[in-house]
Design a protein around this ligand. Structure first.
Ligand SMILES: [Zn+2]
Length: 190
């Protein structure tokens, strides 16, 4: 998962009109909107800033979950699930699979949606799918130092890179113990 440099996740990132290049003004548009937007004073274009989708997988082999040790900032050296920003022209599941290919180089079958987490303070929505690993052969890309398989008692809880990943893992093992993945977990991270 990479993070866009100086972009503020809660908005006010737009300086110039994408249509004509004139400097925008942040104000409430005259169309009944209730929020401030980047409005172009020249051509009237309104620019919307909305949350970003982060998509990933919980790849599983038996009772062990695959984690990637990050080779990039932020949180270099910490462990994470394969996940990253969704791209245009792909579905959420395709994005999650792409990130799993890029970060782990794993062989797997995609399974159902597991969790949807709103992370309001960073302007993101995280979606995690379950994935069934077909073997333990991995070929991680440059974003990953190392790939490991961890049973619940082996998870390096203090070395997990992101809170959404910690929550997804905690819920995964809870469901694993119950033997049921019927329910999609939807919750907010504050
Ligand atoms: Zn304009």
């Amino acid at each position: 998962m990479s993070v866009a440099g100086s972009i503020h996740p809660l908005g006010r990132n737009i300086r110039h009109c994408r249509n004509c290049g004139v400097a925008v003004i942040y104000r409430v548009p005259d169309d009944g909107d209730t929020r401030e937007r980047a409005v172009c004073p020249a051509c009237g274009t309104i620019h919307y800033e909305n949350p970003i989708n982060v998509v990933g997988t919980i790849p599983v082999l038996g009772d062990r979950v695959l984690l990637c040790k990050r080779n990039i900032e932020p949180r270099r050296g910490k462990w994470t699930l394969p996940a990253g920003f969704m791209e245009l022209r792909e579905t959420a599941a395709q994005g999650a699979a792409r990130e799993t290919d890029e970060e782990a180089g794993a062989h797997y079958e995609m399974q159902g949606l597991f969790a949807v987490m709103s992370v309001v303070h960073v302007g993101q929505v995280h979606l995690f799918y379950r994935a069934a690993l077909l073997d333990d052969v991995f070929d991680p890309g440059h974003e990953t130092m190392e790939v490991g398989l961890f049973a619940e008692h082996e998870i390096p809880w203090e070395e997990i890179a992101f809170r959404t990943v910690r929550e997804a893992l905690r819920l995964y093992f809870e469901d694993h113990r119950c033997g049921s993945f019927d329910r999609v977990h939807a919750f907010d991270i504050h």
